[in-house]
Each structure stands twice: as structure tokens, then as C-alpha cells.
Design a protein around this ligand. Sequence first.
Ligand code: NAD
Ligand code: GLY
Length: 361
Amino acid sequence: MRTLTVDLGARSYPIYIGGDLLSDRGLWARHLAAKQVMVVTNDTVAPLYLDSVLANLSDKQVETVILPDGEQYKTLDSAAWIWDRLIHARFSRNACLIALGGGVIGDLGGFAAACYQRGIPFVQAPTTLLAQVDSSVGGKTGVNHALGKNMIGAFYQPLAVIADTSSLTTLPDRELSAGLAEVIKYGLIRDAAFFGWIEANIDALLRRDPTAVGWAIERSCRNKAEVVTADEHESGVRATLNLGHTFGHAIETGAGYGVYLHGEAVAIGTCIAADLSVRLGRLDPVSAARIRELLQRARLPIRLNWELSPLRMLELMAVDKKNVDGRLRLILLQAIGEATLPLEIDGETVRATLEHCLAAA
Ligand code: NAD
Ligand code: GLY
């Protein structure tokens, strides 16, 4: 097991990465002082891993909430269901919530924990690659709104992240690839050496070679932990973690939640961001081609295969949390390993990029 720390003073917490951690009773006991524990999961993950987690909780008052699977259930209604159950069970403010699942359950469970009685402790137990490398770390919690992804939420850090890499053996191939989109992101925004390592090891990652996957998770989490430590509430550098996400979120909302996986939409968005960076004279075209090639090798889409006009994309992008005073802000690449968030971007170039990238569909 490897342990990293997200260093946030009194709210610092460990990220544990390793095999069979969901059934490591000693590890759970370290973080579960609470007598009342709620496990939130979904109907895909529950039959696979719920019993392993419950076996660690035999001395607790335990409630389980099993939600339907899917991005379309990352809603305020699902959060309200969790709150109903917490209140009915008379759970107190020192109760603990465990979010067991992918990023949907992690974001939703974390948000429910952040709001219940103004905040109860929670543990992230991520079971997808995407959640293990990204969403479980850093305290962004929330739900979707019909008009925009993740528009309702809170910054709320977990007590610990328990990333059991054995759980990835049951993950569908398409979901593994979606997680790789966020792994590649860290290489692109701040870690050129890691990008090179991913290029050299993409086949091992797709084969789920445990050493390669474990290393990719650790390096990704290290990158994320450093960024979050530097800028917890995203007043600066943390925004670079959203490379390709403004386009990606617009694609997810525009196509309908669940049509494109989050990581797939991010992959397409990353290609659009790279194209825009080239047009603005920041990134060289050879690097942009290298990015597209790696995403393709990771079995990710690099073009949108859905009817979405540039105008509609721009409308959807107007609902983005990075926007300031109603103005669009986008992450650009200077090079592989270096991202920036310029104050102004020429609107005509953004439109031309969208015309090009969406027409290529
Ligand atoms: P997800 O939670 O929908 O999980 C993907 C699928 O895999 C689901 O069908 C799930 O039930 C299934 N699954 C989960 N673990 C499994 C396992 N071990 N074996 C078999 N199936 C398993 O999607 P995701 O890609 O994990 O997360 C995407 C979500 O994360 C999006 O809502 C996105 O907005 C959010 N996100 C949040 C952050 C953040 O910082 N909070 C960062 C990135 C993404
Ligand atoms: N995934 C973006 C962030 O955590 O900031």
C-alpha cells in the first residue's frame, strides 16, 4: 500500500492506494470513530463490493443507500433521498458517510455529507480509475443541474481516500479508458515526463498491468494533491485541472447526461483545447498531434460524433464555473506539460475552432 497526503493543515488527509483495501478492517478502523455509518453506493457496485465494506462495520449502526447507476442520477433528488434516510435513521452530526463507487457516487455522497447538519465526516472509497486518479481527491462535491454539469456543490474534503486497486479488475474497458483521459490530463497540464511515461506504457495500462496501473494512480494523485494543496478553492492554478472540461461539460450536457462518459467528453474537449491552443499560436501542431495520438491509443474518442452546433456549444459553455463576470475562460496548452488560464481569449478564434472541430465529426 502507498500513502500520499493532501496537505491542507487541520483538514489534511491520506490517500491510500493498494490492493484489497476495501476489506482491510484495520485501515477502516483508523478513520471510523463514528458509531453511525451510512454507505452510499449504486446498484452496479453494491453486488460487487458492498459486503466487503460492510464486513468492517459490524460494530456500528449501519445504513446503506443503493442508488440507481448513472450520471443522470447525480441530482439534487438523489441527495435529498440520502438526507431523508439520514434523518429517518436519526443520524447525528458525528455520523460518517462512506461513498463507495465511481465519481458520480463520490461527488453526490460528498455533497450529501457536506450539507447534512452543515457537514458530517465522509470517506471516499473510489472504485473506478477516474475516481481513483481524480474525483475522490480534492474535495469537489456536487450534483448536476439540467442546465449545467456540477453547477450545485461545495468544496468539502473527505477524512480519507481508500483507493482499492483490486476493484479495477471488474471495471468495463470503456470505463478504464475514460479514467485514462484524466491520467493523461496530468501529463499535459504539469508533468511532461509523466506524459512520456504514459506514451511508453499505454499498452500495459490497457492490459491493466497492476504495476503500471498502480504507478499511474500514484503519480496522478501526487499531481492532484500538489495542485489542491496550492489552491484548494480554485482561485488560480487548480483551474488547470479542468483542461478540456469546459468543452467536455458542454458535450455531456448537450448530448444528455450519460451519452458520453465524462472521461470521453474530456478527451474530445482536450483535443478541442489543443486545436485552439495551436490556432492561438501557443502550442506547436506536432504536440497537438501527439496528444490526439495518445488519446486514440487509450481508446478514447477524439471527435464529437453527435449533432451539436458551434452556437449551441457556446451557449452551453456560457454556463461554466470558471467564467468570470459572465466571460468565458478556457485552459490552454503552451506545451505538453504546461497549461495556462489566460484572462482573455479571442472569441472569433474560439468560434473558428468549434466550426473546425465540430465539422470534423
Ligand atoms: P461513474 O461514477 O458513473 O462510474 C462509471 C461506471 O462504472 C458506473 O456504471 C459505475 O457503476 C461503474 N463502476 C464503478 N466501479 C466499478 C467497478 N469497480 N467495477 C465495475 N463497475 C464499476 O463515473 P466515473 O467515471 O467514475 O466518474 C465520473 C463523474 O466524476 C462525473 O460525474 C464527473 O463530473 C465527476 N468528476 C468529479 C471530479 C471532482 O473533482 N470531484 C473530477 C472528475 C470527474
Ligand atoms: N477535477 C477538477 C478538480 O478537482 O479541480
